[in-house]
Structures are given as C-alpha cells and as structure tokens.
Design a protein around this ligand. Structure first.
Ligand SMILES: [Zn+2]
Ligand SMILES: [Zn+2]
Length: 230
C-alpha cells in the first residue's frame, strides 16, 4: 500500500504528462488533445483571418484596403484548448510551453516559409516587460529563429507607449489605442522581415508595426504567430 503510494508519487514526479489533460505522455500533447487543437486551414493569405470552409485567398478587408502585411503564417485559431496553453505560456511564466507551441507551429505550417532576413518579436513596453519578466513573442522568435537559422532583431523596434490592454476593445478602438505605440531606434537594413507574436486578434498591433517598418523602407513584412482570433 505504502509502496504503491510512493510509486504513484514517483510516477507523477518523473513521468511527463500531457499539459492539457494530464494523461501520461512524453511531455507533448497526447493524441486526443493534439486533435482538439483548432486549425486555421482556411484563412486570408494576407492577414490570416479565418474564412468560411473551403475558402482561401484574401478577406474582404484586405481586398478593399492596401494592407501593410504581405503574408501571414498563423496555423491555429485562438480557441479552446489552445487558448489555455497560450495563456499559461504568456501569463503564468510557463516558458517550457513555448517549446511545445513552437513545435506545434512547425508541424502545422504546410510549406517552408519564404525566408525573411530577420525575425522581429512584437516588443512589449518596458513597464510591461518588467512586470512579466519576459516577452513571450521573443521567446517564440528565439525558438523559430533557431530552427530556420534566421537572426532575431529584438532591439531596433521599441514600444514607446504603454497602451491599456487591447483585450475587450473593438477593432476601431484597438486601432486608435495602438496608433503611434512603436518607434524605431535605428533603421533596419533588410528588404524582408517577419514579425513574431503569440496571438493576432484584430491585427491592429502587427499592422501598426508593419506600417512603421514599411515607412522606414522595408519592402515585405510577414507575420508569424501561433493563433488568430476569428
Ligand atoms: Zn491530453
Ligand atoms: Zn485579410
């Protein structure tokens, strides 16, 4: 009885578990949870907005405007159970989850991406960075950059306004809220870069940063992120 108990405790301590359902696994998602991750198969090629099934191409917004973002690779939709994993990674200092999330990204991005010259993680304001202790976008960029051997530029862009959180704001409010939030410390010597973030909600944040980079002379700005909100 006591032995069983001790064995159970040792099992829990030393056997890796699925981070979602706690089933024994090698630390990866178990097969059932992996199948539950919502894919963003049909989406706008420019901003990755989910589109009705069987549709690809551009969304109405990208068709009717001149979007600053050229191409997005966002393989998942921000919904259960992925939102839980991203929340743990972003707000609960569960940094090992970044590795799992980047592996999921790599496994679900269909083709080898067009190679940007730099990955630029969406910067946090210094105050937010101090509170959180890390920038989840930088952690993701490091893992993806290592995989593709692409350098990271984490210093050229900075967030100069500590906007209130975007959550809960409508698209127009978000656009207004983020305007002028970023600045370039110095120009980036590149033609093609990719912005890296965890979740793209309305796209206001990455669009604002892409506009700034395009104005500075960068010709192509892509977005690499984990999940897109429908
Ligand atoms: Zn599971
Ligand atoms: Zn679009």
């Amino acid at each position: 009885m006591v032995n069983n108990c001790i064995n159970n405790i040792l099992d829990r301590l030393f056997q890796a578990h699925c981070p979602l359902c706690d089933a024994p696994s090698d630390g990866q998602l178990c097969q059932g949870c992996h199948q539950d991750i919502p894919l963003n198969h049909y989406c706008c090629t420019c901003c990755a907005l989910p589109l009705p099934d069987q549709q690809n191409g551009l969304c109405g917004h990208c068709l009717s405007t001149n979007p600053s973002i050229d191409h997005s690779l966002i393989p998942f939709r921000y919904a259960e159970p992925l939102d839980h994993l991203i929340g743990q990674f972003k707000f609960a200092s569960n940094l090992p989850l970044g590795r799992l999330l980047s592996q999921l990204w790599l496994a679900h991005v269909d083709s080898t991406p067009d190679r940007p010259e730099f990955l630029i993680p969406v910067p946090l304001h210094a105050t937010r960075l101090r509170e959180r202790g890390y920038n989840q976008a930088l952690e993701l960029a490091k893992l993806l950059g290592r995989q593709f051997d692409i350098p990271i530029d984490q210093y050229s862009c900075e967030r100069i306004i500590d906007n209130p959180p975007q959550a809960g704001l409508k698209k127009q409010q978000r656009k207004k809220n983020i305007r002028g939030a970023f600045s370039l410390r110095h120009p980036i010597e590149a033609r093609h870069i990719a912005l890296v973030d965890d979740v793209v909600t309305t796209g206001s944040t990455v669009t604002e940063l892409a506009r700034l980079l395009k104005r500075s002379g960068i010709e192509r700005v892509d977005v690499w992120a984990l999940a897109r909100t429908p």
